[in-house]
Design a protein around this ligand. Structure first.
Ligand code: C2O
Ligand code: CU
Ligand code: CU
Length: 430
């Protein structure tokens, strides 16, 4: 924290080597270290400044995924940082406690930059959530779980997409927080997992092999109004979920990703990753566990728009060839929205392959999935929503500015190969 009370972070993108396996050193990229980046943390109402320096040989950007902030601080493809340069965005945190993240966003190169290791968590806190008796000791009963799939090609990380599928790069094993075969000792009855799907293309369906239920307490942009007990939570690239699971003394509990029904056609399940399963993270419980307070029935008051007062609607048709039939063009503004208004966006995937839809700057409410009310996992604040083949989702979004007719925000498919291929558009808030 500096003199005027601003919380200051330093992030340096750099190339390095990471020892994922004994004695094997893999070329990787990271923020400050050699792979991934530090967890940043700030409080609602706090001023934040990040000095982002680029120690790579490649130009890149750093985007604050899920953050409400001015477009010129957003770190999208218009805020490029040349090698050797430093970019210093600043903003005031003005949104609820949440599990957000940061990653590069250079136009056409995002998949590669993220896959090499550039990603990190950005946690937000507020008074309302701190007053709740939820597990909140970071690294003790509140664990960051950054999930990525990787494939090794000798000592190197492969980026090969393969010939049989078109969702993007898919690995053959997963890592958590940059660690292969991860496990964590835990000493509390209730463990909160902050799940981030930081994979470039793969969708996961998380649960536990014994079918035990867990409480979903938060989605992309913050806590739910009420916890939802469920057995599986599906996350497409970029999405987050906060879950709380009860462990038993002395047990080893595996967080697993299961094959998925709602994904795509038979081809996509087979070649696009939908049939795959992975052991993701093992929790090793101590023989004696500290008792945890029960999860409260009510969490936080929703700040989401409800769509009733929507000023207008828009339609987005998702295809690998572009959104609404147009490929991303850095020089074209696709949509202009009015500050202070709520809109309803209908997003349709009439394609045979899975896509998702991410909108910068806002947390939206999912109003409908194929004409029905959303399942519990989509009832909280969202900035990214999975849109499986043949599905239509309806979203309510409120744009609260600040106005800037010059610098756009992005919306796009967060399967990063698709984004890089041009499944992205730009909107300004005026
Ligand atoms: Cu996480 Cu526009 O991206
Ligand atoms: Cu984003
Ligand atoms: Cu896509």
């Amino acid at each position: 924290v500096d003199k005027d009370g601003t919380r200051v972070f330093d992030l340096r993108m750099r190339a390095g080597r990471t020892e994922f396996r004994d004695g094997v050193h893999t070329p990787t990229w990271g923020f400050n270290g050699s792979y991934l980046g530090p967890t940043l943390r700030a409080e609602r109402g706090e001023k934040v400044r990040v000095r982002v320096s680029n120690g790579l040989d490649d130009a890149s950007t750093v985007h604050w995924h899920g953050m409400h902030l001015p477009a010129r601080m957003d770190g999208g493809p218009h805020q490029m940082i040349e090698p050797g340069d430093t970019w210093t965005p600043h903003w005031t945190v003005d949104q609820p406690a949440a599990t957000l993240w940061y990653h590069p966003h250079p136009h056409g190169r995002t998949e590669e930059h993220v896959r090499r290791g550039l990603a990190g968590l950005f946690l937000l806190d507020d008074e309302e959530s701190r007053a709740l008796p939820l597990p909140d000791r970071y690294g003790v009963d509140d664990l960051p779980v950054v999930v990525q799939d990787v494939r090794f090609d000798g000592a190197r990380l492969s980026g090969d997409r393969g010939l049989m599928q078109n969702v993007g790069f898919l690995g053959d094993r997963t890592m958590v927080n940059g660690t292969l075969r991860p496990y964590r000792r835990v000493g509390d009855e209730l463990i909160r997992l902050r799940l981030l799907n930081a994979s470039t293309a793969r969708t996961y369906d998380f649960g536990f092999p014994d079918g035990r239920g867990f409480s979903l307490i938060g989605t992309d942009g913050g806590l739910l109004e009420r916890p939802a007990v469920m057995k599986r939570v599906q996350l497409s690239p970029g999405e987050r979920a906060e879950i709380v699971v009860r462990v038993r003394p002395g047990e080893r509990l595996m967080l697993r990703s299961f094959p998925q029904d709602g994904y795509g056609d038979a081809w996509q399940r087979r070649f696009g990753g939908g049939d795959d399963s992975f052991d993701v993270l093992e929790l090793r419980a101590d023989d004696r566990l500290r008792p945890s307070p029960a999860i409260p029935d009510r969490l936080v008051a929703s700040e989401l728009p409800d769509g009733e007062e929507a000023a207008r609607g828009r339609h987005f048709d998702l295809k690998l060839s572009g959104v609404n039939g147009r490929k991303m063009d850095m020089g074209r503004i696709d949509e202009t929205v009015t500050r202070g208004t709520t809109e309803v966006w209908t997003v349709r995937n009439a394609n045979g392959m899975p896509h998702n839809f991410h909108v910068h700057d806002v947390q939206f409410r999912v109003l409908e999935v194929d004409g029905s009310p959303p399942p519990p996992a989509l009832r909280g604040p969202k900035d990214t929503v999975f849109v499986p083949a043949g599905t239509t989702v309806k979203l309510a979004l409120r744009f609260t500015g600040p106005p800037d007719p010059e610098v756009p925000y992005m919306y796009h498919c967060h399967l990063l190969y698709h984004e890089d291929q041009g499944m992205m558009g730009q909107f300004v808030v005026v």
